[in-house]
Design a binder for this molecule. Structure first.
Ligand code: B4P
Length: 190
């Protein structure tokens, strides 16, 4: 497996599974959410711009996100492959990703959607909010806005890769290890 996308609504377990998959398949894990949180923690100009969107549960504008990701992908020339976590979240980001991978390394081999019902997501994120210190995890209204943004702006990304016959759905409810095994089974069959 070379380059792949871990896809799904907020709180579907992308970050959780990406860490395990990166280790198992020896891939570089790139999470745009983690990158933004790092910039915010260090109070950089990029972090200051991203924070206003993230706190409301909105997407950070494409031009900021694509530029930041491109810089990281360019630095990753010698890796075995990349697991993209939380990117792309819009069709414009997907098109930009395809273009940058064409220039730099191989194409996306698979997109895996972690399928989790809305009510389970709200429960998980509120629970994480008790310890994460993330403003976007604390307020149910903001969490529901993140789900709405996902349904409106991000789900078309699934169709974009489905048209290329490389989009797969995995049941995202169950224990972390069960879900990990489901994802590996899907990937190993490719
Ligand atoms: P992300 O950091 O991508 O955050 P996420 O969607 O909340 O997390 P994820 O799905 O990774 O869930 P996790 O494994 O942590 O994005 C945050 C914000 O950044 C976005 O709202 C946006 O503003 C901005 N952003 C990021 N990328 C962007 C982009 N490309 N374009 C524009 N804006 C962008 O799991 C969640 C919780 O569930 C955890 O507490 C975990 O312990 C728990 N959990 C995991 N698996 C479980 C299981 N099987 N059962 C029960 N609980 C489980």
């Amino acid at each position: 497996m070379k380059n792949m996308i871990l896809f799904g609504p907020p709180g579907s377990g992308k970050g959780t599974q990406a860490v395990k998959l990166a280790e198992h398949y020896n891939l570089l894990h790139l999470s745009t959410g983690d990158m933004f949180r790092y910039e915010i923690k260090n109070n950089t100009p990029l972090g200051q711009r991203a924070k206003s969107y993230m706190d409301k549960g909105e997407l950070v504008p494409d031009e900021i996100t694509i530029e930041m990701l491109k810089e990281r992908v360019e630095r990753a020339k010698d890796v075995n492959g990349i697991i993209f976590d939380g990117f792309p979240r819009t069709v414009a980001q997907a098109e930009a990703l395809d273009q940058m991978l064409e220039e730099i390394s191989g194409p996306i081999k698979a997109l895996l959607l972690l399928d989790v019902p809305d009510e389970e997501i709200v429960k998980r994120i509120l629970l994480r909010g008790e310890t994460s210190g993330r403003k976007d995890d604390l307020d149910e209204e903001i969490i529901r806005n993140r789900i709405e943004v996902f349904n409106r702006e991000t789900t078309p990304v699934y169709d974009y890769y489905d048209q290329k016959n490389i989009a797969f759905k995995v049941d995202g409810v169950g224990s972390v290890d069960e879900i990990f095994r489901r994802i590996c089974r899907t990937l190993d069959q490719l």
